[in-house]
Design a binder for this molecule. Structure first.
Ligand SMILES: Nc1ncnc2c1ncn2[C@@H]1O[C@H](COP(=O)(O)OP(=O)(O)OP(=O)(O)O)[C@@H](O)[C@H]1O
Ligand SMILES: [Mg+2]
Length: 390
């Protein structure tokens, strides 16, 4: 067998992958300045600080928070203070217990999954912080999932952490796509998140996206393989959403399409091919985090809800049964099905609400808040099939 090979347009494809955190985030200087003014007392006087970052998909919230913490560590160190941070994706680590476990594993990778209560875990965390003499910033990303699932106890606990000693040793950065996410905090916890600690991440303009893309082109591609017209085209497409992730995914996809043809450079048609294959938003990433049963339930809902605004849970369960047959999966019992619905609701993939007046008895009505049903169904189907083919 011989492989058709040719020079790739990529010099370092990792630089356009989703987990690469760039050194500099252009057009986020304002947000970084705000974060610095909020966190300054942590470095200068060892006090705790809390910030809330919000803005729509792909506006740089996660990467700005991570980059900021890495850079702030140097500032704190210069002032003779230890500083560390841990990032928790609350959509993956749902519930107080899972969040705490993730934080503890940052200090001790072998911390046991089971056998310790929440108070015991908090105690362990205290000991680690004392032992290592660090101030810990906990980034609670997609925090609305945690708040919806478990309420604000944990956020409150963290906001009071280390207070006995007169100084806080835990700070928090909460992140959400929704500005109203912190409205879910109860009164006690809200007082620590004054409005002034909220930092907005607006959508990127076309010019801003073009700047971001140009830097990535220089890092990831060989010189002369992606010209400014291509960058402009991608920025134009992505500016409908102001979403940098979408822009970078398109860039990577276009490069891959060029390589598939051994074209040697990226042309407009490669961008179009990429556009057909890349879905806006972090849908793929989200689906990869879900277990198979959750995906089967969601697929049923996505299929049933085409052309409708709402469906009942009864409709959803029926559709789920049909999907199970199609994919040769054992269907789960009603109570388990309910649990999946609640998970999907907490993840923000569906919206489940009790029906109002006019309907006999109270039923729960389901709607799809974000992604079009067809896009969702197609994406789930491809993940389910891929699994089976392996
Ligand atoms: N200003 C920027 N400069 C360079 N790259 C950026 C910038 N903003 C975002 N990105 C890149 O875009 C992608 C999405 O950014 P990020 O994950 O931080 O978005 P987000 O606001 O957290 O989105 P979501 O709400 O979907 O989680 C990442 O690959 C990130 O590196
Ligand atoms: Mg994010």
């Amino acid at each position: 067998m011989s492989f058709r090979t040719g020079p790739s347009v990529f010099k370092d494809r990792g630089k356009v992958s989703f987990d690469y955190v760039p050194d500099k985030l252009p057009h986020r200087e304002l947000q970084v300045d705000r974060l610095f003014s909020i966190f300054r007392p942590v470095g200068d006087s060892g006090l705790a600080a809390n910030a809330f970052l919000y803005g729509s998909v792909g506006t740089g919230k996660t990467h700005t928070a991570k980059r900021f913490c890495e850079d702030f560590r140097l500032y704190a160190n210069k002032h003779g203070r230890g500083f560390d941070h841990v990032h928790v994706n609350c959509r993956q680590k749902m519930g107080d217990d899972a969040v705490l476990l993730h934080i503890l594993k940052h200090f001790d990778a072998r911390f046991p999954d089971r056998g310790f209560s929440i108070p015991e875990k908090l105690d362990s965390l205290r000991k680690w912080l004392e032992k290592q003499q660090v101030h810990l910033t906990i980034i609670l990303d997609e925090v609305d999932v945690l708040l919806k699932k478990s309420g604000s106890d944990l956020v409150y606990t963290f906001s009071r952490f280390g207070e006995e000693a007169g100084k806080g040793n835990v700070s928090m950065i909460l992140i959400s796509q929704r500005r109203d996410a912190i409205d879910r905090l109860d009164a006690a916890a809200t007082s620590t998140f004054r409005r002034t600690n909220a930092v907005e991440f607006p959508k990127y303009s076309e010019e801003e996206l073009a700047d971001i893309l140009k830097i990535r082109v220089a890092l990831a591609f060989h010189p002369g393989t992606v010209d400014d017209k291509i960058v402009g085209l991608i920025a134009d497409i992505a500016s409908d959403y102001g979403d940098a992730r979408y822009a970078i995914d398109l860039l990577e996809g276009a490069g891959a399409a060029a390589d598939a043809e051994i074209a040697g450079e990226v042309g407009p048609e490669h961008v179009r091919v990429a556009k057909a294959g890349v879905t806006q938003s972090d849908l793929q990433e989200r689906l990869a985090e879900m277990d198979r049963n959750q995906r089967l339930v969601l697929l049923g809902i996505a299929r049933k809800i085409r052309k409708k605004t709402y469906i009942t849970t009864g409709d959803a369960e029926e559709a789920y049964h049909v999907v199970c047959e199609e994919f040769h999966e054992k269907r789960r019992a009603h109570t388990q099905f309910w649990k999946y619905l609640q998970d999907l609701d907490a993840m923000g993939l569906i919206d489940a609400k009790k029906s109002g007046e006019g309907v006999v008895g109270k039923t729960t009505m389901i709607s799809l808040p974000g992604v079009p049903a067809k896009v969702l169904a197609d994406n789930i189907e491809s993940t389910l099939k891929r699994r089976k083919a392996m």
